[in-house]
Design a protein. Structure first.
Length: 245
């Protein structure tokens, strides 16, 4: 794949999306990870840094994540606003009845997306997503959290494509090579939570896309198939009952 051409095409597409919506730019969260860095870099190319409202939205986050987010912002010429969601998260948990660990963790991305939509509406902007093809396909995102966006520029890119594109866009190498994490809890990694590596996930999905049998362990293929089926509701609009008249 020609990643220089891909960067150009994505830049043009993003610019067109803003123009068609009659808006001024993008709101994007910087997590310190590669996906948000690439989305932000494309946005800067499309409309300039003055029309990209970036945000660092810690919610009992690690200082390491903040350092990587700052690294990305500095390279892109962005001055992200910091909104500490920790106290909001704590207050909401205190008001809620007991629940599961994952239900509590998923409050974080939902608070972050609420904040991004506040920024977007305040600045006449679109909320830019950071999901890539494998994550969207198997449902590795929070419904109405990081999945609740206006645009997904990386939605058709495999993880290896995102890494290659990051280098074309000048994303710092430490951001590119760090272990992907959603930052939901200390020590959490995407691959650890999914139970499969991005390389294997890419390979299975690419084989399906090509209409061939994946060259991968049967249990891995079965796992990805289960994840795809179980997460179908995340990729669809809510079902609506149709009244017969």
């Amino acid at each position: 794949m020609d990643y220089d051409a891909l960067a150009h095409d994505l830049t043009v597409w993003l610019r067109e999306q803003v123009q068609n919506a009659g808006l001024e730019g993008f709101a994007v969260g910087l997590s310190g990870g590669i996906d948000s860095a690439v989305s932000a870099a494309l946005a800067v190319r499309a409309v300039g840094p003055e029309h990209v409202w970036a945000a660092w939205l810690p919610c009992h986050s690690l200082e390491e994540d903040a350092a990587y987010a700052r690294m990305t912002a500095d390279v892109l010429g962005l001055s992200p606003v910091t909104v500490d969601l920790g106290p909001v998260f704590d207050a909401l948990l205190a008001a809620l009845p007991p629940g599961s660990d994952i239900a509590r963790a998923n409050i974080k991305p939902r608070l972050r997306m609420t904040t991004l939509y506040y920024l977007a509406q305040s600045h006449h902007a679109l909320v830019l997503g950071t999901g890539n093809k494998p994550e969207i396909t198997v449902g590795y995102f929070t419904k109405y959290g990081d999945g609740g966006v206006d645009l997904e520029p990386l939605g058709e890119l495999y993880k290896r494509d995102v890494r290659a594109l990051a280098r074309v866009l000048g994303i710092p190498e430490p951001v590119i090579t760090r272990a992907p994490t959603a930052g939901l809890w200390a020590g959490q990694t995407d691959e650890g939570e999914m139970g499969i590596t991005y390389a294997l996930l890419d390979a299975i999905l690419e084989a399906w896309e090509a209409g061939v049998t994946p060259d991968a362990p049967e249990e891995a293929v079965a796992k990805v198939r289960r994840m795809f089926i179980a997460s179908a509701h995340k990729r669809a609009m809510p079902p609506t009952f149709h009244v017969r008249r």
